[in-house]
Design a protein around this ligand. Structure first.
Ligand code: AMP
Ligand code: MG
Length: 316
């Protein structure tokens, strides 16, 4: 069901949950101060309670109120990248419910850059917990139609057009016990080179370390999975021999092969990725083939390949 912004605000006010557009992907939102709203998010997504939620705010002052620690590097990062696809993790303030953080002492915070999300946040005046509006482990939605399909129309959704970024936010954690390190828990909409440039411009000396955390199941090997096999070809052509091996392994025929062209721009590839996953996984007996080349593996492509690798069944 498509609803208007005032209807969404009213629903959220009374503890309902609503899918809202953001520039990364559509989120399934509920107010952070309502336990039943938070529980509904997990139930509707079939998301395990050990997977914490990102809190969305519409200004930095609110983010600071939800954090117990706010290291100076966060001022630099937020002034460069907020509003935008960067999520920051730090120790949480008392008032943040353990339901949001899965009992962790840390909280994930983001100021999204989408006019509709911002209008809703400003009118509601309460931050929103909002994971991607898809069933746990599945491809994230980048349009209102994706959300409608994912939940068979059972979740009200505000249509804000197609998500501009198309992959989830970069999740960056600060931990006072490793004060000169920023941990990339999930590559995303802000690339490593973008972060490095801002740190350098501000004479900040941090190691940017890719850290996998049990607390970030976005990092499970099998995540972001479309409903058909995805095959990565490492700089080699698609052949009948490869098709035969896949058919033997999965024990069914795959007559339809969609060779997904990533193109030359990582931004454009990210924007189109999930929509194409959804579109082509509707084809019975279809599979998606993506070729990794030297032209699409520069650092700007890290988030795109992270998602493709988690979606992929085989690499040849
Ligand atoms: P989603 O909103 O569905 O894109 O997922 C949010 C991502 O942020 C998941 O991978 C979470 O596990 C991660 N996350 C949220 N809060 C924390 C936290 N306090 N510590 C580590 N990771 C977190
Ligand atoms: Mg998600």
């Amino acid at each position: 069901m498509i609803i208007s912004v005032p209807e969404a605000v009213a629903k959220l006010q009374t503890g309902g949950i609503v899918a809202i557009p953001t520039e990364t992907v559509y989120g399934l939102a509920g107010r952070i101060d309502d336990e039943s709203a938070l529980k509904q998010i997990f139930t509707v997504k079939q998301r395990p309670f050990f997977d914490p939620l990102i809190v969305h705010v519409a200004d930095i002052a609110t983010a600071k109120r939800l954090a117990r620690d706010w290291p100076p590097v966060f001022d630099v990062l937020t002034s460069a990248f907020w509003p935008g696809p960067l999520t920051l993790i730090t120790r949480k303030a008392e008032l943040v419910s353990p339901l949001i953080t899965s009992g962790l002492e840390t909280v994930a915070l983001r100021w999204p850059d989408h006019p509709v999300a911002l209008q809703i946040l400003r009118e509601l005046q309460i931050p929103l917990a909002a994971p991607s509006a898809n069933l746990f482990g599945k491809t994230s939605p980048t349009s209102a139609a994706h959300v409608e399909k994912e939940f068979s129309g059972a979740v009200p959704v505000v249509d804000g057009g197609e998500s501009e970024i198309g992959v989830e936010s970069t999740v960056l954690a600060y931990d006072a016990s490793t004060p000169n390190v920023l941990h990339i828990l999930r590559p995303g909409g802000i690339s490593r080179p973008q972060i490095e440039r801002v740190l350098l411009e501000n004479n900040l000396n941090f190691d940017l370390v890719r850290t996998s955390s049990a607390a970030s199941p976005g990092h499970l090997k099998a995540h972001y999975q479309p409903n058909c096999p995805v095959i990565i070809l490492d700089d080699k052509p698609w052949t009948e021999e490869i098709r035969k091996r896949i058919e033997a392994d999965l024990d069914r025929p795959f007559p339809y092969v969609h060779e997904m062209k990533l193109g030359a721009s990582a931004q454009v590839a990210a924007r189109k990725l999930y929509g194409e996953f959804r579109q082509f996984s509707e084809v019975q007996g279809g599979l998606i083939v993506i070729t990794r080349t030297k032209d699409n593996t520069a650092p700007e492509w890290e988030a795109v390949w992270d998602r493709i690798e988690r979606a992929a069944s085989f690499t040849f």
